[in-house]
Design a protein around this ligand. Structure first.
Ligand code: COA
Length: 164
């Protein structure tokens, strides 16, 4: 039985989860089984150490611009470090610099929270690594057979780190 906190989300939290789940459904190829379900997102957001950024197609905050969210990033803070849990941009808004903006804003927010390093884990064949490398992440480790694709294939994870 789970003993983790799991209160009902406030209406504004429901709206955040709705926006994240819409992008999640568009952005992740089910083949890789990387997308989170609604319950996982909800549970992550009940922890104060979990942080998110939603961005519209202009790089603004959908809560103030009134535009639809086009991308999001989800992170978890521990003292001195931030872990990038998920980043996604809806396919029709890709290669316009949104992913880069999300990471740069996230890195700035993480630094303001006291982080000096950001870590992430990625399946080794994810093209997202071009983005990570472009913003300065460097590979620092490998976890063999860490992920499992929908067809059962095991895939290594690469750990990346970035000093901020
Ligand atoms: C990874 C992802 C967030 C990138 O978002 P994006 O908004 O397209 O990224 P950007 O436009 O900011 O890309 C900046 C640079 O990163 C590199 N890059 C980004 N996506 C790339 C890709 N698919 N292939 C090669 N290089 C890529 C390029 O250098 C790009 O600059 P350029 O377009 O001038 O060549 C997006 O492709 C996505 O949502 N993927 C599916 C979800 C996912 O796998 N997330 C990562 C694991 S959680």
């Amino acid at each position: 039985m789970s003993t983790l906190p799991n209160p009902s989300p406030a209406p504004e939290q429901e709206s955040v989860i709705d926006q994240i789940m819409t992008i999640m459904g568009l952005a992740f190829d089910p083949v890789w089984q990387e997308a989170w379900n609604r319950r996982q997102v909800h549970d992550a957001l009940t922890f104060p150490a979990t942080h998110y950024i939603l961005m519209d197609a202009n790089g603004g905050d959908p809560a103030t611009s009134g535009l639809d969210a086009a991308g999001f990033v989800l992170t978890r803070h521990v003292p001195g470090e931030e872990e990038l849990l998920l980043i996604a941009v809806a396919p029709r808004h890709r290669r316009c610099g949104l992913g880069e903006k999300l990471i740069k804003q996230m890195a700035s927010d993480a630094r303001n929270r006291g982080a000096s390093r950001i870590f992430l884990e990625m399946r080794y064949n994810n093209p997202a690594q071009s983005l990570y490398r472009k913003v300065g992440f460097e590979p620092i480790g490998k976890r063999p057979n860490y992920y499992k694709a929908a067809d059962g294939t095991r895939i290594d994870a690469i750990t990346f780190g970035l000093s901020v």
